[in-house]
Structure formats: C-alpha cells, structure tokens
Design a protein around this ligand. Structure first.
Ligand code: PMP
Length: 403
C-alpha cells in the first residue's frame, strides 16, 4: 500500500523499522521501498533464467521483465526509444563507456574536452584516462563563489578544437542545478557533443532528455530507490550507432569470425555478457514507484525540506554552508568552525543522524572551496520536517559535545 508523500517513509522497511534513526545521506545512496524488494524476490522465485538465449517459459519471462524495465526507464527520462537506453552498472560505468567510445570516435591529438570544476571524480577521471590515450586537452568551466558555473568564462574556453563537453546536472556537493539546456544549445551551435552526469538529478526532478537536448546522459539506479549495480546511459540514436563498442563478449555481436566480428543492434551492442537482470527489473519497479507519487510532487516536497534545511543551517552562526546557487537541489555541504567533519558526523550518528563527511569524491572542488572535508546532508521526499529540525537541534548542541 502506498502512503501519502509526507509518510512515504512507511513504504520503506528500513525506515519504518528504525524511526529513531534519520537517514540524510541520500546523495550517496537511497533506501529501497517494498515494491523494489518484491520485484527482486519475484524475479528470483518466479522466473530466474538468462535473458535472450532461452527458448523456454522462464527465459522468455525474464527477458520480458528485463525489456519492460528498459521501456519504463527510457520513458522516465523521455528517451525517444527504449533502444537508446543502455543498462550499465551505474553512472561511473556509463561515463567510462561514453568517455572511451567518444574519444575513440571523435578525438584526434590536440582536440579539446571541456569539463567543469565541480565534477564528481566519476565525470573527471575517465576523461583524464581517455584524454591521455587520445592526446586530448582538458579545459574546465570555473565555479564561482556562490557555487555556480561561470558561463561568461565558458565563452573563452571554446576553440575550433573543442569536441566534447561533459558536465554534471546537479552538484553532489553544492546542490547547484546547472543550466544544462542552455549550455547544450551553446555547445551544439559549435558542433560539440554533450554528456550530462545526471546521477543527482534523475532521482529528484523531472529530467527530459529531449528537452535538455543532450547527446548522452548517465544515471544510477541505487540513487533513485533501485538496487545497487544497475544504471543507464541514454544516447541519441545516430551517435550510439556511430560509436564503437566498449566491451566485447556475448550478446553484443551479430556474427563472430576468428579474425573479426560484426556488432549487434542497439542497445545490445553495448551490453556484453549476462546483464544485471534482477537489478534492471528492480530499477523498473523503482521507476513505477517514483511515478506513483509523480516527480512534480517529489520535487515540491524536497524543495520544502531543503528550504527548511538551509534556513536551519543559516540560523547557526558557527556553521558555514558551501554553495548558494539560486537553482539548487536538496544537498547541503557545511563545516563547523574548529571541528573536523568526521568528529561532527560521528557525534551526529550518536544523535541518531546519518550524514556524510569527507571530500564527496570531488577533490578539485574541495581544493577550490578551501574545504577538502565537509559534512553533507542530502534529503529525499521520505525525510520529514521533524527530521530536519532534529538535525538543526543536534548541530546547535554540538558545541557541548565536540571541540
Ligand atoms: N556523479 C555524481 C554527481 C554523483 O553524485 C555520483 C555518486 N556519488 C556519481 C557520479 C557516481 O555514481 P555511482 O557511484 O553510482 O556510479
């Protein structure tokens, strides 16, 4: 049974069974509702068999559920067709696939790739690796004091050698929502291919790939109430068709000879080997679950919780919030004068609050902000206003407990 969104924590066994513990690390991963757990259990107990290969009822049913999950997930981001949704193990895997194949397809020595200073390591390190192989040059859109991209500076970065621009939709540290549609339009006017890291946006707002206009978009199932080990890469059809395969193996081929092979059609060309069948089916159930509340209701609920969180942090003079973007999601990184973020987070755990501490996989941004280690609270619609108040009260009282 589904609950009103204010009580949606009741849809999650781990949350309803632990009402004295408050989970505010949703940017790292989210909890799983009953419907997702049931989809996994049903798959393994009703029709576990490998996809595509089996001409018997369990194999046909597992293939049907796997492809239904692809259809739901593709529709969730408004992809033109399910064939344009490649299942991967998550955002990191999607970006590694994209970086390797795009660089092979597009980059010649001396070509340029534009990234931003606020990228998660997952949207930075794969480009560093591929740029080194291909002889490409990386350039970076700077981040301003307020935690926003300096779009005026972007104009100075373009050159006739710019081929690719890759950026995050929502920063996992600052909460900033970047103007991806506008940046994509600017890139396309110069013939530049755009990849969007949507790990933090797809779970929390309506993401429409056709409206954004991006060429590729990556996201993770586990951050959107689905299982770990599943995610997706969306791509424009002509681009995916033109890209070389990433991994070789079963299912991604049409015909194999001893000295060469011919590739399967989309999306199979990029799904070598036995895929994460259960994970994909669980992700499909997560998509159904999100749709049952609707992304608009989820966005509004999280905006309210975020407003309360930011106002609460601002009411505490000894705390500093990093990131003041006007357009932001429910992520707040902060530090307390004179305290180490690990000490603060350990204290909060003792008060029944789960928050993140550290560099949040964004070393360059931490260096830029002069804050390599911060605390981070990140909300989901299943959090409550009382939980935000509990955090602010605990932070207020931290001085009595830690230096
Ligand atoms: N990009 C961003 C913005 C993220 O927040 C994360 C996860 N913290 C990732 C990429 C990587 O996602 P995953 O670990 O699921 O591959």
């Amino acid at each position: 049974m589904k609950h009103p969104i204010e009580q949606s924590y009741m849809d999650f066994p781990i949350l309803r069974d632990n009402r004295d513990y408050t989970y505010l690390d949703n940017a790292a991963t989210t909890q799983k509702p009953d419907v997702v757990l049931k989809a996994l259990q049903d798959y393994y107990t009703q029709c576990n068999a490998n996809v595509y290969r089996a001409i018997y009822r369990w194999g046909e049913e597992s293939t049907r559920r796997y492809e239904a999950a692809r259809e739901k997930t593709a529709a969730f981001i408004n992809a033109e067709s399910p064939d344009q949704l490649i299942f991967t193990s998550g955002t990191t895997d999607s970006i590694n696939l994209a970086a390797a194949t795009l660089c092979r397809h597009l980059i010649k020595e001396g070509d340029e790739i534009i990234l931003t200073e606020m990228e998660h390591h997952s949207n930075l390190v794969p480009w560093q690796i591929q740029a080194e192989y291909a002889g490409a040059v990386l350039k970076f859109i700077p981040v301003s004091e307020s935690g926003e991209l300096d779009l005026a500076a972007l104009e100075g970065l373009w050159s006739p050698r710019t081929r690719i621009l890759a950026l995050t939709h929502m920063s996992n540290v600052l909460g900033t929502i970047n103007p991806v549609k506008e940046i994509t339009a600017r890139a396309h006017s110069r013939g530049v291919t755009v990849l969007v890291d949507a790990a933090q946006s797809v779970p929390h707002m309506k993401v429409d790939v056709q409206d954004l206009g991006c060429d590729l978009l990556a996201f993770s199932g586990h951050k959107m109430y689905g299982p770990t080990g599943i995610g997706a890469l969306y791509g424009k059809k002509e681009l995916l068709e033109a890209l070389p395969p990433f991994r070789g193996g079963g299912e991604m081929i049409r015909t194999v000879y001893l000295d060469h092979s011919e590739w399967n059609t989309l999306p199979h060309k990029f799904e070598a080997g036995t895929p994460n069948i259960a994970g994909a089916i669980g992700l499909g159930a997560a998509v159904d679950y999100l749709n049952s509340y609707g992304m608009k209701a989820i966005e509004q609920r999280e905006a309210r919780l975020t407003e309360k969180l930011i106002a609460g942090l601002d009411s505490l003079p000894e705390y500093k919030l990093f990131g003041r973007a006007e357009n932001r999601g429910g992520i707040a990184a902060f530090s307390r004068e004179g305290s180490h973020s690990h000490d603060l987070t350990e204290y909060l755990d003792g008060r029944g609050l789960a928050l993140r501490a550290g560099h949040h996989c964004a070393h360059p941004l931490g260096r830029k902000l002069n804050a390599l280690s911060t605390c981070r609270a990140s909300v989901s619609f299943y959090n409550t206003e009382e939980e935000i108040e509990k955090l602010i009260t605990a932070l207020l009282q931290a001085g009595e407990h830690i230096l």
